[in-house]
Design a protein around this ligand. Structure first.
Ligand SMILES: *[C@@H]1O[C@H](CO)[C@@H](O)[C@H](O)[C@H]1NC(C)=O
Ligand SMILES: *[C@@H]1O[C@H](CO)[C@@H](O)[C@H](O)[C@H]1NC(C)=O
Ligand SMILES: *[C@@H]1O[C@H](CO)[C@@H](O)[C@H](O)[C@H]1NC(C)=O
Length: 320
């Protein structure tokens, strides 16, 4: 018994010594490293190496990696992707598809806004499983704007409440000139190439690019002047003479602009089909748009709407 206690004591003493020594070595290393970035990198690597002892979760490690990338200057700006979503049979499939695309994007912060009275477990689980830095919000569309089953999709404004809630979160939690980022409205029913996010990372003020399979065309796109390379018009299936005939999936805006133009939001008062155009008018002019995706010659995002399935029966207690 005595010997046993003795052994336990020794092990405890060894562990304390071991940790004490490790901390001293870390402090010594940090004191001889010159640059902040190297210090941060060393700290990060130490945390990753000791993640089991420190019981760091996958999400905590992700956050550390993210902070490190942000600090490393040359790092990419964070892309804040605002995704309105609502319950229907295909919701889980749609969110699974895009969450797995976003898992391949290192600099993403996914802001998911549910059209619901309360956040749902379905979305909570998808986010928790996603390996992505996320913010989970909800904002219910008022009854007068809800789309009835038989209504055509264009009849009501969709996503107004949710996009505004996403913008409000950014404005409440991020700081002008400090947080480096780009804001993108990422609907849950499109298909996105990971190449798109490399383009979004290049946005200085407002970037634009083609969107496939929309407006009755194989793609809608900005028309560029051959000499200057600037946007002079749009190929669009509907009202190409709008100030910005650009689909919601076809532009992204610098975070500082979003944080300083506080009056810019979406509204039910905007004419149907003019949400994008009116929103963009807060930030820029046609001449100042930045054409991306190889001068708007590549398509990296498509309106692939999932067909509404005919469901005649429900298996109980199964989340699909
Ligand atoms: C969240 O994910 C972790 C592992 O990634 C899992 O252990 C945990 O049960 C999940 N929580 C919920 C609420 O789904
Ligand atoms: C885009 O066009 C401009 C001029 O119109 C040209 O200078 C530039 O090299 C082009 N960029 C790409 C990626 O094709
Ligand atoms: C949008 O901004 C206008 C002011 O420009 C404001 O009156 C309105 O309440 C805002 N709407 C929302 C939903 O935030």
């Amino acid at each position: 018994m005595e010997m046993f206690n003795n052994l336990e004591m020794r092990i405890k003493r060894f562990v304390i010594w071991f940790f004490g020594l490790s901390i001293l070595i870390i402090i010594y290393k940090l004191s001889i490293i010159e640059s902040d970035v190297e210090k941060l990198q060393f700290l990060k690597e130490t945390l990753f190496l000791n993640k089991e002892q420190l019981q760091l979760s996958h999400h905590q490690l992700l956050l550390v990696e993210h902070l490190y990338q942000n600090k490393v200057g040359g790092g990419l700006p964070t892309i804040y992707a605002i995704t309105p979503t609502y319950y229907r049979h295909v919701q889980k499939a749609e969110l699974t598809r895009i969450s797995q695309t976003l898992a391949l994007v290192p600099n993403i912060h996914w802001v998911v806004v549910e059209d619901s009275e309360e956040k749902t477990d379905l979305v909570r689980r998808i986010l928790n499983d996603s390996n992505i830095i996320f913010t989970h919000l909800n904002a219910k569309t008022p009854p007068f704007e809800q789309l009835k089953d038989k209504d055509p999709r264009w009849k009501k404004h969709r996503g107004v409440e949710q996009r505004n809630a996403g913008l409000k979160w950014l404005r409440d939690h991020l700081k002008v000139n400090e947080d480096k980022g780009v804001v993108y409205f990422m609907d849950d029913d499109n298909t996105y190439s990971i190449k798109l996010f490399k383009e979004i990372s290049k946005v200085k003020r407002v970037g634009v690019w083609p969107v496939g399979l929309v407006g009755g065309l194989n793609a809608e796109l900005p028309i560029l002047d051959e000499k200057t390379g600037k946007v002079i018009g749009y190929k669009s299936g509907w009202k190409p003479d709008r100030p910005f005939a650009i689909d919601m999936a076809g532009f992204a805006i610098n975070l500082d602009l979003i944080l300083t133009k506080l009056q810019a939001n979406f509204s039910y008062k905007m004419e149907h089909g003019l949400q994008e155009s009116e929103f963009l008018s807060f930030f820029t002019t046609k001449e100042n748009l930045e054409p991306l995706a190889s001068n708007c010659t590549e398509v990296y995002v498509w309106h692939t709407r999932t067909e509404k399935p005919k469901i005649n029966g429900l298996i109980p207690d199964l989340e699909v």
